[in-house]
Design a protein around this ligand. Structure first.
Ligand SMILES: *Cc1c(COP(=O)(O)O)cnc(C)c1O
Length: 346
């Protein structure tokens, strides 16, 4: 999303050593054998169009979450679903309130919907929910809560989120972007599926791109009130979710236990990397996602370049910070080696 025209910098085979890709929060694991089999089987039918309604996957998700099928809208990635949602809900000139810094697709998706971005600065590393509530005007149609937040990794807790939802007028839709929720371990982390049930103006976004490890297949979804889900489905490009993506997502749901083991490994690595950085004197916000935020301000570029020299790509937000995805242990070790040699943190 952030670099639509860029080419991946790692080209295995041409590089003298393998690059570590820690810039886009992907899973370091390739698909499980059962998932690979399902994808290959679907690929063999690639002469046929996929099921445009994603019926089996929708039914499986409905059962998985305990929600009606009519409350689910699938699309080619949750960012695409978010774009469909904003385009559906907003008229040109309507306002979309979101935290900043947060997911860098929000401004782009808001622009595409011809809506107006209202960015509410984070308070420290966290959402400033009272400022977000105060930013709501009669023109506001949507408020986005990114939980855990990308790129800071911080969360909005259950009580504060429930209080916030109580303060938002019913004609404003609150979108909970839960792309990283599988990595959250804080017992106070709220479950959007529980929060949306008795509220007519709450929808949530989930994806198979992160903990489910299917970023390259493009499949994500919305859960929300029937009128919202139906409207989003109505804006979809025909056959947007490929048969391979549908099959891969279905097989991944069935392999939930194995995927949870992988997620737990990433969570363990997250603690190891953060603990090591903190011991080196770095300030690193506690993260509930599969990445860490290094608020290096003016030294962000220097650190990102030092990582690049060590064969590690990270995401640099100039003069703000660097976001580092938690990868396989060897990749994480490479980052720690760069950090240990970086001039003392100030
Ligand atoms: C990665 C990400 C997404 C999901 O993107 P897909 O389109 O599903 O691949 C959504 N929201 C946030 C905050 C993300 O970081």
């Amino acid at each position: 999303m952030p670099h639509p025209r860029s080419v991946p910098s790692a080209s295995p085979g041409s590089a003298h050593r393998e690059a570590h890709l820690l810039a886009t929060n992907e899973s370091p694991y390739s698909p499980l054998p059962s998932v690979r089999e399902a994808i290959v089987a679907a690929a063999l039918g690639a002469n046929r169009y996929p099921d445009p309604g994603c019926l089996r996957l929708t039914e499986a998700l409905a059962e998985h979450h305990g929600v009606p099928c009519e409350h689910i809208a699938l699309g080619p990635g949750s960012a695409a679903v978010a774009q469909q949602l904003l385009t559906t809900v907003c008229a040109p000139g309507d306002e979309v309130v979101y935290p900043w810094r947060s997911f860098d697709a929000y401004p782009l998706l808001t622009d595409v919907a011809r809506a107006v971005s209202v960015r509410v600065p984070l308070k420290g590393d966290d959402h400033d929910l009272s400022a977000m509530a105060a930013a709501i005007t009669p023109s506001t149609r949507v408020v986005i809560v990114c939980n855990p937040n990308n790129p800071t990794g911080t969360i909005t807790r259950r009580d504060e989120l429930a209080a916030f939802l109580g303060a938002v007028p019913e004609n404003v839709l609150v979108v909970l972007d839960e792309a990283y929720r599988e990595y959250a371990r804080d017992p106070e982390f709220p479950d959007g599926v529980e929060l949306y049930r008795d509220r007519p103006n709450v929808a949530l976004l989930r994806t198979f791109s992160k903990a489910y490890g299917l970023a390259g297949l493009r499949v994500g979804y919305l859960i929300g009130p029937a009128h919202i889900a139906t409207a989003v489905c109505g804006t979809t490009v025909p056959y947007a979710v490929s048969a391979m993506a549908q099959a891969g997502a279905l097989a991944s749901l069935a392999a939930g236990g194995e995927l949870a083991t992988r997620t737990a490994e990433v969570v363990e690595e997250r603690a190891r990397v953060r603990d090591t950085l903190v011991a080196l004197g770095w300030r690193v916000p506690a993260s509930e996602a599969n990445f860490l935020w290094l608020p290096l301000a003016g030294r962000s570029g220097d650190f990102a370049r030092a990582c690049a020299r060590a064969g590690v790509t990270v995401r640099c937000f100039d003069s703000e910070g660097v976001r580092v995805t938690i990868g396989a242990p060897a990749a994480n070790d490479a980052v720690l080696a760069v950090a240990a040699a970086f001039p003392p943190y100030v």
